[in-house]
Design a protein around this ligand. Sequence first.
Ligand code: DGY
Length: 323
Amino acid sequence: MSKSHSVWVSRPLFPEVLATLAQYVDVSVEPKESKRTPEQLRAKLAHVDGAIVGLGDRIDAGVLAGNRRLRAIANLGVGYNNLDVPALTAAGIVATNTPDVLTQTTADYAWALLLAAARRVCSAERWLRAGRWRGGMRFDDWLGVDVHGKTLGILGMGRIGQAVARRGAGFDMKVIYHNRSRLPDAVERECRAEWVEKSELLKRADHLVLVLPYNAQSHHAIGATELEHMKPTAVLVNIARGGIVDDAALAVALREGRLAAAGLDVFEGEPSVNPALRELDNAVLSPHIASASADTRRAMAQLAADNLLAALGHGPNAGHPPS
Ligand code: DGY
């Protein structure tokens, strides 16, 4: 039986989540995730009431032009720089994201990248797999930099930044952070974190984790100048958004040994990755997977579906029975 609302899902999702949606609305799901042009997105959204989209789907005024039907967009992610929120608001379209459910998993991954980059885990593994471990290894081969006992810097101290900070205590680290606004004292105490100016953060951090949202103000927040102020023994971790780091400048700093290593989960213009970064052994690179544990991705998908249903007046959060 046809339902009162139709929704479009821009990529395959967990079957149980799609089944929840299908209880309330007609659902069409793309069989695979792919980069769509604005024209393709406009066509997909033209005849639906709601959609679940992801980071690769840029929804802006051009995509929304002429659309009189769309009422809600649920973004699969906490970051929503792919959505032009003023354009959506002007069109009366509700936009939602998936905060909280991914906080801990994403913070875990920041640590995975920090430890892997600092201790050269990936390059050592590549070397071993290539059959190059034949004995006679020098005692001073494969030297990394320590993480424990050092000063951890965090740029951006929202939920994920705070979760990264809390983990610092387990490594006996001093935690310093910079954020536009200082956290309340009680939160600072609980995270054992001290607010500092950005210039001080760059200078003092033994390792720096980026966890800030991407917008016009945070574009290239770490560029050539900022990299010059960092310690040459530092590891830089980016789990936020690609455009926050000037990848070309970072590649130069890594190549010239002005930074020990980097752990990068996000890239400017991803899925393409600056070729200079790919060539560097002291860069650990991953394809935007910080939130990718099975439990968390399922929770994100479920939250996006619940958000969409609620915005359309259905589902558990809206208290309406399936129509
Ligand atoms: C997020 O939730 O913002 C992650 O980066 C996935 O897009």
